[in-house]
Design a protein around this ligand. Structure first.
Ligand code: AMP
Length: 277
């Protein structure tokens, strides 16, 4: 039986006696990507907690906070089906009882590149709410999607640097049949843009194929696929696993962001970078 709790006191009572909590934070509008995180987390604790909270502080001015898809009934049914023990769906006042932000978590250097360059206040909002949720839920382990790769790296770094005593795990990106990464924002795509968006995962696949030939080949092959689809990316960047400079001969990450019609979509892939010789 899934328990649905809204207040801090209800959450505390529901967590009472749970030795090891596995936690999946979400903003709702759940899809198969979120469900895959729940499935990853399920065996890792004696209680599985999901949160559903559209966090105002991670949306910038003019972004889609008001219109962000909210599908609570369907979300709760999916949590129930996935065997979630406790769903925490707090109000904004419950999470931010003293207002939206005197004390915040600042992401530092990594928070100002890639997504942070386009959305300067985004990661401070994300880290602040995740720190609060960790404090409320007190998980032993928390699972985040590789889909939001920079977010995953930053949360892992926050947990380590602030000694939050939670293991942060990444879980692979769930994709549609044509490879498009599942996202709550895909509902904003028109049918034409939805078809064009398949070029993002195609570009990543082309890059993986080119990866034995080195960094230049990786970037060129991905760029070519995007250009053929008429997509001019916000960024297409090759980095190492911690988002530092990529090293030939080592594991790397290729990250892309592009506005396709209304939504700005992001995706990434792991690859092994050849030396290009
Ligand atoms: P969101 O509700 O978009 O804030 O996402 C909640 C969690 O689900 C985050 O850890 C995301 O990285 C993860 N997530 C979102 N989309 C996917 C996906 N397609 N595959 C795997 N995880 C995802």
């Amino acid at each position: 039986m899934t328990r649905i709790v809204q207040s801090r006191a209800e959450l505390r009572a529901a967590l009472d006696g749970r030795a090891k909590v596995a936690f999946v934070p979400t903003m709702g509008a759940l899809h198969a990507g979120h469900v895959s995180l729940l499935e990853t987390a399920r065996p890792l604790g004696d209680a599985l907690v999901a949160s559903i909270f559209v966090n105002p502080t991670q949306f910038g001015e003019g972004e889609d906070f008001e219109d962000y898809p909210r599908t609570l009934e369907a979300d709760l049914a999916q949590c129930e089906a996935a065997g979630v023990d406790i769903v925490f769906c707090p109000t904004v006042e419950t999470v931010y009882p003293t207002g939206l932000g005197d004390i915040t978590v600042q992401p530092g250097r990594l928070g100002s590149i890639l997504e942070g360059a386009a959305r300067p206040t985004h990661f401070a909002g994300v880290l602040t709410v995740v720190a609060k949720l960790f404090g409320l839920v007190r998980p032993a382990v928390a699972v985040f999607g590789e889909k939001d790769y920079q977010q995953l790296v930053l949360i892992r770094q926050m947990a380590a640097e602030l000694c939050l005593d939670v293991e942060v795990l990444g879980s692979p990106t769930a994709r549609e049949g044509d490879g498009l990464a599942m996202s709550s924002r895909n509902v904003y795509l028109t049918p034409e843009d939805r078809a064009r968006a398949a070029a993002l995962p195609q570009a990543l696949r082309a890059a993986v194929e080119a990866s034995p030939r080195g960094a230049e080949a990786v970037l060129e092959s991905a760029q070519r696929v995007l250009a053929e689809a008429g997509i001019d990316p916000d960024y297409l960047v090759l980095a190492d696993r911690d988002l530092g400079p990529a090293t030939p001969g080592d594991e790397a990450r290729l990250l892309v962001a592009a506005r396709i019609g209304r939504p700005r979509l992001i995706d990434n892939t792991a690859l092994h970078l050849g030396t290009g010789s």
